[in-house]
Every structure is written in structure tokens, then in C-alpha cells.
Design a protein around this ligand. Structure first.
Ligand code: BGC
Length: 355
């Protein structure tokens, strides 16, 4: 009898401990699109890590359609989500639905992209976006030997989506490195296009970047001018530039920058067509955001490390900035393969779940 009682007590204690460790509640995770590789990884990482912490997850992708994302978020609120994690499509279009979240006391974390023009966003977690641009711009400065006075060289610029606040930070970080050399004539931009309004690529689409770059090649590089470098904001736009150069018969490729270490771009980096990318380990970002969610669910303060950079037009949003890392053919094995981010099979890059 005594034995049965103590067994029962032990069982109760195990159950109580499990109850204390496993969190409960529903979390909404809104991602912008499945058409660009990184968001699939972000969504999958978030879902897996939140579920491992004991939460239920409503994960949506909105096909880069703003109205659909608003609708997805409304459904999350109706379904009883207690915290919202949102990677916005257009950072300025969520004000109304987020007012509803605020009225329902549902905290909102902006994921990777800042949500602007509203006070109904509580936290922001991202990679240091300005630093991404600094890494790209510094790479071009070093690769061309600009600090040693080399030049003049021809440069063109392909920016990100004008409705994504990150695009402005990426461009600013890079242009702060390059502008002194444009001003002193070591860098020349034959198209003259340097502002986000001129170089932007709506929705970061490869085809849009390609079409614009085909026009640039025809207008400025079809009569013998050398194209020395292309500042591309990310890998999907770099892919558009590579496609345009290939279609125009280029055999020698200029310096081409990128961001995200997308699978097909990694192949181009290994084969020397694309020069570099910026690795943003989506596992780390997910881990940080899951920590924030967990803190909010438990009534604690989420960890932040920046309280001044991200002014969304209404407030400065307390942020956690993860560190982006330079990646190229020399260090990708250590960064991407040894860390288990990708597996390299016969020269192709795949995620471990695809093995
Ligand atoms: C992200 C980049 C990504 C781009 C396109 C940006 O908001 O920060 O990593 O390349 O969106 O998906």
C-alpha cells in the first residue's frame, strides 16, 4: 500500500514538473510569402521551436498580398492567438488590424521587417539591417582596392522592395561606404540611378530585377563599357542580375553582392559567378523571437539590445538585433555546412530536412 502511494506521489510530481516546463497557449506567426526561400525557413523554424516550447502555432503565408495578410492576422485574433509574430509584406499597411490586436491586449512582435506608422507594435527582432549593407559596401570597396586609390570603375545598384523598411537600411549601409568614392570619381554609376526610388525592386522579385537590369545593360553597357561591380541588396535580386548578364552573353562576371545565402546563389558563389552573400542564420532569429514570445506569455520583459534605431514614425520600437555575417566561397563550409544549416550534395545545397 505504502509502495503504491509513493508511486502515485512520484507520478503526480512528474506531471506537475512537466506542467511547469511546458507552456500553453496559441501563437500567430504571419510570414509574407513562400516564393522566397528564406521565409519558408523562418516559418518552419518558428513553428518547430514554438511547438517544442509547448505552444500551439497558427502559421500563415500570404503570397505577398497585403489584403490577405491583414485577413490572416484577423483570423489569428479570432482563433484566440495570444501573441502575434509578423513579418510584414508592406510595413505600413497593418495599422488597423493591429489596433484590434491592441484592444484585445495581444502583443505584437515585428519579425525581421519593421511595422511602421502605428503604436500597436511592441517589439522588433531582426538582423542588424544597416550592418548588412555595410558588409556589402565594404566588400566592394576592398575588392576593387578603392582605399588604395584604384579606379575609376563602373558600378550599378539593384535595391530591395520599396515597401519593406529593411530595403532602405540595406541601401544606406552600403551607400555610406560607396558614396565617398562616387563623389571623388573612383566609382562611376553610368545609369545615374542610386536612390531607392530609382533602384528599388518591388517584392524583391528576381524577374523584376532582371527586366530592369536588361535595360541597363542595353542602355549603358552594349558598346564596350566594362561593368565592374553590381551592388545587389539580396540573393533574389542578384539572381535577376546574373540572369540578365547571362542572357546578354557576359562571360566575365562583375563583382556581385547578395544576402541570405539562398541555395541556388550558394552554387553561384562556389562557382565564382556571385562574389559574396550575407548569412543571416534564421535559426538564431527564431530562437530570439521564441524567447520574446515566452517572456510575454509569462508576463516577463523580453530581451532587447537596441532602443534607438528603429523609429517607426510613431514610436521607437524596442528591438533585438542579431548579427549578420559575411559569407563567400572561402568560409561557407564552416558557416553553412559545419553548422548544419545546409547539406552540400554533389555541388547542390539542401536543407537537412530535404536529405
Ligand atoms: C529580408 C531579407 C530578404 C528580403 C526578401 C527582407 O526583409 O530582411 O533577408 O532577402 O526581405 O525576402
Amino acid at each position: 500500500m505504502k509502495k503504491i502511494l509513493s508511486l502515485g506521489l512520484a507520478l503526480l510530481m512528474v506531471l506537475a514538473m512537466a506542467g511547469a516546463a511546458m507552456a500553453e497557449g496559441k501563437i500567430g506567426v504571419a510570414m509574407p510569402t513562400q516564393s522566397l526561400q528564406r521565409w519558408n525557413q523562418d516559418g518552419a523554424n518558428m513553428k518547430a521551436q514554438l511547438e517544442a516550447a509547448g505552444y500551439e502555432v497558427e502559421l500563415t503565408y500570404s503570397d505577398n498580398d497585403v489584403a490577405r495578410q491583414v485577413n490572416d492576422i484577423e483570423n489569428m485574433l479570432t482563433a484566440g492567438c495570444e501573441v502575434l509574430v509578423i513579418a510584414s509584406i508592406d510595413g505600413s499597411s497593418l495599422g488597423t488590424v493591429l489596433e484590434t490586436a491592441k484592444a484585445m491586449d495581444v502583443p505584437v512582435i515585428a519579425y525581421d521587417r519593421l511595422i511602421t506608422d502605428t503604436d500597436a507594435v511592441d517589439y522588433y527582432a531582426t538582423f542588424d539591417n544597416y550592418m548588412v549593407g555595410v558588409i556589402q559596401g565594404t566588400y566592394i570597396v576592398d575588392a576593387l582596392g578603392l582605399a588604395d586609390g584604384a579606379g575609376p570603375f563602373n558600378l550599378e545598384i539593384v535595391g530591395g522592395s520599396p515597401d519593406d523598411t529593411n530595403a532602405g537600411y540595406f541601401l544606406a549601409g552600403a551607400m555610406d561606404q560607396l558614396t565617398p568614392y562616387i563623389e571623388n570619381g573612383q566609382l562611376v554609376v553610368p545609369s545615374g540611378q542610386t536612390t531607392l526610388a530609382e533602384v528599388g525592386t518591388m517584392s524583391w522579385k528576381t524577374e523584376t530585377a532582371q527586366a530592369r537590369f536588361e535595360n541597363i545593360i542595353t542602355a549603358y553597357y552594349s558598346t564596350g563599357a566594362t561593368l565592374d561591380a553590381v551592388l545587389c541588396s539580396n540573393d533574389s535580386t542578384a539572381m535577376g542580375v546574373i540572369n540578365a548578364l547571362t542572357a546578354a552573353g557576359f562571360e566575365e562576371f562583375p563583382i556581385i553582392t547578395g544576402q541570405d545565402c539562398d541555395k541556388p546563389n550558394m552554387q553561384y558563389i562556389v562557382s565564382g559567378i556571385q562574389s559574396m552573400s550575407v548569412f543571416k542564420d534564421t535559426r538564431t532569429l527564431a530562437e530570439k523571437v521564441v524567447g520574446m514570445v515566452d517572456a510575454l506569455m509569462k508576463g516577463a520583459e523580453p530581451e532587447i539590445n537596441d532602443t534607438k534605431t528603429y523609429d517607426n514614425g510613431v514610436k521607437v520600437v524596442p528591438s533585438y538585433l542579431c548579427v549578420p555575417v559575411f559569407a563567400n566561397a572561402e568560409n561557407y563550409k564552416e558557416l553553412l555546412i559545419d553548422s548544419g544549416y545546409y547539406v552540400e550534395v554533389n555541388g547542390e545545397f539542401i536543407t537537412p530536412d530535404e536529405v
